[in-house]
Design a binder for this molecule. Structure first.
Ligand code: GLA
Length: 357
């Protein structure tokens, strides 16, 4: 079995997938490839360290890459869809720790490769669930389902509007390119800020109920209700609520603008989205803020931090005409401030998990 799955960028809709809101990711050109063959027991090798590891699927691997593979194996075993053993070789050009979902690319590709090895044809939606369970339940990152969903279900040339509250999926055409500027600041998710933010969001649901506004998820709160609900609510909860509610409205607005090919309007949503991450969700970092400001000053339609945050990558929509100048000017400003150039590349929207020859 030879399988690949893509990394992703999220155009907009950050920290909404565990709050019942909409997200708008796309699969990028960078992928993770998993080759799997039958074996007694489990052996894995990755281009990351080039060493063949004997893998004990029952052991605790912390947040090492082997832990994600072990997590997939454990979930598949419970479903009775796992081969008895396997030899896996993994290679990837999705940067790790760059906010581009290298972990979902790995878990989705591994889930497809291993179910294939077990002689099962598993629908893509089930692969999403296996990969999500592996990451959320087994590795312990309290993520939502955005990354696994786009890695499995992406279509080339389309972003995916995923309403996580209802499960509704709408493929929205994205013909152009998205630019990616890596901050070079690696984020670690397990046990870190993401889990803390998710807990604050859960506390908020309880706080709102105490105030007589019971909601299933935070994204159920409508924008006009905000001023009333924010009155008397202390930070950080007030800030988190404002992010989730405004980001929910912004993401739907951005999806409509994208469908109408109004990139200036999409860009405006990205700008506002970044401010919200910076000030309200407080998940940005100095490197990302500088990139976003410089990109805007040099003429980008809009730019924002993508993914969980606290490092990772900034994405930008650029007018084709001024592309070169905007990219060069931004990279120079970043180098002047931080003494190094950010890794910079562009991608089109690509397809999800697939078999390779
Ligand atoms: C990480 C998680 C996703 C999502 C984003 C923030 O990438 O894995 O589920 O919560 O952060 O939007």
């Amino acid at each position: 079995m030879l399988v690949s799955a893509p990394g992703r960028v999220n155009l907009i809709g950050e920290h909404l997938d565990y709050n019942g809101g909409p997200v708008l990711p796309l699969a990028i050109e960078r992928r993770t490839v998993v080759a799997a063959g039958h074996a007694e027991g489990w052996r894995v090798v990755s281009a990351i360290d080039g060493t063949v590891h004997a893998l004990d699927p029952g052991a605790d691997h912390g947040d090492r890459w082997t832990g994600y593979v072990a997590g997939v194996i454990r979930v598949l075993r419970r479903l009775g869809a796992c081969p008895r053993g396997g030899a896996l070789a993994i290679a990837s050009d999705v940067p790790v720790g760059a906010g581009l979902s290298s972990s979902a690319a790995l878990t989705v590709a591994a889930a497809r490769a291993l179910t294939g090895l077990a002689g099962r044809r598993v629908p893509r939606e089930r692969l999403v669930e296996v990969a999500y369970r592996a990451e959320h339940d087994e590795v312990g990152v309290r993520c939502g389902r955005m990354d696994q969903t786009i890695a499995a279900l992406a279509r080339p040339g389309f972003a995916l509007l995923y309403e996580t509250g209802t499960g509704q999926l709408t493929h929205v055409p994205l013909p152009g390119r998205v630019w990616v500027f890596e901050t070079g600041v690696a984020h670690r998710l397990t046990g870190g800020e993401l889990n803390a933010r998710r807990q604050q969001c859960e506390e908020l649901v309880a706080l709102l109920a105490e105030r007589g506004r019971a909601v299933g998820t935070l994204a159920d709160v409508e924008e006009p209700e905000l001023p009333g609900l924010l009155r008397g609510l202390p930070p950080p909860w007030s800030l988190r609520l404002r992010h989730v509610v405004t980001e929910t409205a912004r993401t739907r607005r951005a999806a409509r603008a994208l469908a109408e090919r109004d990139l200036a309007a999409v860009g405006q949503c990205l700008r506002e989205g970044h401010r919200s991450l910076q000030l309200d969700f407080q998940s940005s970092c100095a490197e990302a803020d500088l990139l976003v400001e410089a990109l805007e000053r040099h003429g980008a339609h809009g730019a924002r931090l993508t993914g969980a945050g606290w490092g990772g990558a900034v994405i930008a929509l650029l007018p084709e005409a001024g592309e070169g100048q905007i990219v060069d000017g931004t990279r120079r400003e970043f180098a002047a401030a931080f003494g190094r150039f950010p890794a910079t590349w562009a991608t089109r929207a690509m397809g999800g998990v697939r078999s390779e020859k």
